[in-house]
Design a protein around this ligand. Sequence first.
Ligand code: GTP
Ligand code: MG
Length: 150
Amino acid sequence: MERTFLAIKPDGVQRGLVGTIIQRFEQKGYTLVGLKLMRVSRELAEQHYSEHKDKPFFAGLVNFITSGPVVAMVWEGRGVIANARKLIGATNPLNAEPGTLRGDFAVDVGRNVIHGSDSPENAEREINLWFQTQELVPWEPAFTSWVYEM
Ligand code: GTP
Ligand code: MG
């Protein structure tokens, strides 16, 4: 089954949105297979956002993501990579539709509460960067046949 990497950023944790954000993906029907609260090292932050290393906002982005605890997660389900991005909403919360996490809970592009992998390649790269294999817990929820037509 397809997997993606999601991270509740320091603003999401500080603002008490951890439960709300996790609930959104649970209610959609996706399955949580990895979860940890952690401080992000500069090294991890720079690797995670390496595609942006030449952008003017890179230093601020690394400072922000290392500024407080982050909730790192792996979620599983059909179409979860692209669909999690839809549930998260546009990068700039001012452009994010109401009903999306950024549309409902954020204002500033530099404080947009959650990260989601943007492609299958990046999902695999980010899961391997943030989690060790033994930290992931494969399981089958009892509701599977009520979410998926088999
Ligand atoms: P992530 O899920 O965090 O990767 O966001 P994204 O995929 O929607 O956007 P992208 O990967 O292009 O940018 C990564 C992060 O850099 C964003 O979430 C923003 O916090 C920040 N960012 C992107 N563009 C800008 C910008 O123009 N200005 C500022 N200040 N920050 C930006
Ligand atoms: Mg991105």
